[in-house]
Design a protein around this ligand. Structure first.
Ligand SMILES: C[S@@+](CC[C@H](N)C(=O)[O-])C[C@H]1O[C@@H](n2cnc3c(N)ncnc32)[C@H](O)[C@@H]1O
Length: 247
């Protein structure tokens, strides 16, 4: 049974040790859940839609019909919808009940899809359950959790020899990323952009929204702390993947 450990409720504070401004904990649940989250993706300009598609295509190239897959921070099921026909089973976890309810409606009730409310840094799964564990679309920034702990937890839940994939943004994608977040702000989905603080891969809004970026060096350091050897891959000039074959 996948969901055998109880979900431990815990307030996870944003890590500010690297000097970057982290998103307020709970921001997604309170402001960017379900239909509002979907609206962010629906209004993406064409180059961002290309990025989102390239990110999913890259992941689809890594999975097979034998795989049991976990997506951490699955939202309303946008990515699981694309994975579900390509893998044996998929579990999606998120902290937003509203997004999970929408995911349930969107994805249907197939036995091969499990959804649960969990925090990615304290997963209610046994060790070594998944063939592939995913944290995509810069979830590592969106989660507002200790990144080293997030790496450890993803690795713990993945089988030895299995694959853990984290993705963030390529620095080259910055103008397109900013354009996308400006559109989200213009539609009132996130607050007004704080242009004094929005730079160097970080988007900061005046309402507590913030999105950072992880560099290849950041990923390498997190992987090394977790005792793993990562492969860092840029995809489509838009996303940066950290891929770890679990030891
Ligand atoms: C940028 S959205 C990405 C959603 C989905 N992966 C996609 O690409 O469509 C980030 C998601 O992470 C969820 N989230 C935020 N903090 C989380 C946490 N600590 N653990 C798990 N999910 C979290 C949010 O509710 C939101 O649905």
């Amino acid at each position: 049974m996948l969901l055998s450990r109880s979900f431990r409720k815990r307030e996870i504070r944003a890590s500010r040790r690297d000097g970057r401004r982290e998103i307020l904990p709970g921001y997604y649940s309170q402001h960017l859940a379900a239909e509002r989250l979907k609206a962010c993706y629906d209004l993406a300009p064409p180059r961002t839609k290309q990025y989102l598609e390239a990110e999913i295509s890259h992941v689809l190239g890594k999975v097979s019909s034998e795989h049991v897959v976990l997506e951490m921070g699955c939202g309303y099921g946008r990515i699981i919808d694309r994975l579900k026909g390509a893998v044996k089973a998929v579990a999606g976890i998120d902290t937003s009940s509203e997004s999970l309810l929408m995911a349930r409606d969107f994805l249907g009730s197939a036995a091969s899809i499990r959804l649960a409310r969990m925090n990615a840094v304290c997963l209610g799964f046994h060790d070594r359950v998944f063939d592939v564990t995913l944290c995509l679309q810069n979830g590592i920034s969106a989660f507002a959790v200790d990144k080293a702990r997030l790496f450890q937890e993803a690795i713990r839940a993945t089988k030895p020899g299995g694959l853990v994939l984290f993705s963030s943004y390529s620095a080259r994608f910055w103008p397109h990323r900013l354009e996308w977040f400006e559109a989200q702000s213009a539609h009132g989905l996130i607050g007004p952009i704080d242009y004094e603080r929005t730079k160097d891969g970080q988007i900061v809004c005046k309402d507590g929204f913030s999105a950072t970026t992880l560099s290849a060096g950041d990923f390498q350091s997190l992987a090394a702390q977790a005792g793993q050897v990562p492969t860092i891959v840029e995809v489509d000039g838009s996303s940066l993947f950290c891929e770890m074959r679990v030891k």
